[in-house]
Design a protein around this ligand. Structure first.
Ligand SMILES: Cc1cc2nc3c(=O)[nH]c(=O)nc-3n(C[C@H](O)[C@H](O)[C@H](O)COP(=O)(O)OP(=O)(O)OC[C@H]3O[C@@H](n4cnc5c(N)ncnc54)[C@H](O)[C@@H]3O)c2cc1C
Length: 453
């Protein structure tokens, strides 16, 4: 069957064993049992169309893939599946200063886009910690969040329109280039966060912002314990302060990062990193420091923007630090900001009850926590999460939902959260969503087995 596709686009069809091996995993720690059939390394929209037309004609399942940095297993492929990678579609097609938008191909790296925008005095706000290594297409498919989403919003708020190749190879354009626009259903928003199950994003029109002209203040605040830090974080947002970033690191994540970066971060109960920006940066920083102190913390103001950035290097080193600790299940729950202290208390309880270390960092200003379950894998199946770890995670998800939270704040459902999806959505919403998937992908070839069980 593949010969037909090779005849049409042999230059982008790869069946090399080493290339296929790499597609068995992403950054979630999961790995498929077998490599996929082939990968189309698309360089233009026509390649994606040809591959999807071929897959539709032959009923071959397709796994869309960007840079493979996903943490939910969404881009993992197995035997019989065709991977369509948009990583090599990496051109910035247009930067419009007057109307503050950019048109980019899906494979542009988030960090590269911002480097190209800076000389124009513009920036693209969603900033996952993986910004240097993840693609805009992957960010859109996962509705990626990041450190500055607390003030500037997640990916959904920054996508004006999309070009998508549908399962049968048709090209669909959605959205608008205007600031406002409410014509018809909002298909752009539907595709954002759809994890490759509705179509393949090939181009995006992105909302830009002028580079922040006011100053930046960065505060490092140490607390005796994580609950005090969580209370301070909730109090800062409840006071109407809008930090550009508000991150929390617990004691064991600080210890792991300290080891990785050879810094002395041990011995602290927890740390908040608070960044304020814009014309009110100094006044907001002063107000945040007062709240930190009122909650038993000590606060230190970075001397300049560079020193502030160095503090955030600590936060961005969390995932690499966890990777060095061994096998990790990276979780991603979100709760209302006022429930942050209760969620941290629940994590401590679950850690003790199950005897599993759960170092946790949080985009605290969003109420979005990343508890990392560190465990010894089973020898018989080293890439599977053992049931005892899932039992602890199940307790954590249940507690999160009880507190009014959600199962995933930014990483997506992928393979890892499928079994809890119905529990959060309820039967009606779950079935309606499966119905929407059938409208876009009647034969069910797009990323089967992901999101929906
Ligand atoms: C060190 C590190 C830090 C991270 N920090 C953050 C963070 O702060 N915030 C955050 O949200 N995430 C974070 N992530 C997770 C990850 O980087 C994001 O989910 C990112 O958006 C994935 O982009 P990608 O290009 O790697 O996509 P992939 O991993 O290749 O794919 C992710 C999903 O998107 C689908 N997909 C990819 N490209 C397309 C396309 N063109 N069309 C349709 N579907 C597509 C795939 O099928 C899959 O379901 C982090 C990961 C790492 C390793």
């Amino acid at each position: 069957m593949l010969e037909e596709l090779r005849a049409e686009h042999g230059d982008v069809l790869v069946t090399d064993a080493a290339a296929l091996e790499a597609l068995r995993s992403d950054k979630s720690g999961q790995r498929s049992a077998t490599p996929p059939l082939a990968v189309v390394e698309a360089r233009e929209i026509a390649h994606v169309q040809a591959a999807l037309r071929w897959a539709s004609a032959h009923g071959v399942p397709v796994v869309p893939r960007g840079a493979g940095t996903g943490l939910a297993g969404g881009a993992i492929a197995q035997a019989g599946e065709l991977v369509i990678s948009t990583a090599r579609m990496a051109r910035i097609l247009q930067i419009d200063e007057a109307d503050e938008f950019a048109v980019v191909e899906a494979g542009v790296l988030n960090g590269d886009l911002n480097a190209a925008l800076a000389p124009h005095g513009l920036w693209y706000a969603p900033d996952p910690a993986s910004r240097a290594i993840s693609t805009i297409g992957g960010n859109i498919a996962t509705n990626a969040g990041g450190l500055m989403c607390v003030k500037y919003g997640v990916t959904r708020e920054a996508v004006l329109g999309l070009t998508v190749v549908l399962a049968d190879g048709r090209v669909l354009t959605t959205g608008h280039r205007t600031v406002k626009g409410v014509t018809g259903y909002d298909l752009t928003a539907l595709f954002v966060g759809s994890e490759g199950t509705l179509g393949i994003v090939v181009e995006a029109t992105l909302r830009l912002r002028p580079l922040e002209r006011g100053g930046v203040s960065t505060i490092s605040a140490a607390f005796p314990d994580v609950e005090a830090a969580a209370h301070a974080s909730s109090a800062i947002t409840a006071a109407g302060i809008r930090p550009a970033a508000l991150e929390l690191l617990d004691a064991s994540s600080l210890e792991a990062i300290g080891e990785l970066l050879a810094l002395d971060l041990g011995g602290r109960g927890a740390q908040l990193l608070i960044k304020t920006d814009g014309p009110g940066a100094v006044a907001e920083a002063d107000a945040a420091v007062a709240i930190v102190r009122a909650h038993g913390g000590t606060a230190e103001l970075a001397v300049d923007a560079e020193a502030g950035e160095r503090l955030f290097v600590i936060r961005r080193a969390f995932h690499p630090a966890m990777e060095r600790r061994g096998t990790v299940l990276i979780e991603d729950v979100a709760v209302p900001r006022s429930a942050l202290p209760a969620m941290f208390a629940a994590i401590a309880r679950i850690e003790r009850a199950h005897g599993i270390p759960i170092p946790t960092v949080a985009h605290a200003g969003d109420g979005n926590l990343h508890p990392n379950f560190v465990f010894e894998p089973d020898v018989a199946d080293p890439f599977a999460v053992p049931e005892r770890v899932w039992a602890a995670a199940d307790e954590l998800f249940t507690e999160c939902l009880r507190l009014g939270g959600t199962l995933t704040g930014e990483h997506g459902v992928g393979l890892l959260k499928r079994r809890w999806l119905r529990q959060e959505l309820g039967d009606d919403s779950y079935e309606l969503q499966r119905g929407i998937k059938r409208v876009f992908d009647p034969a069910g070839i797009l990323n089967p087995g992901k999101v929906f069980a």
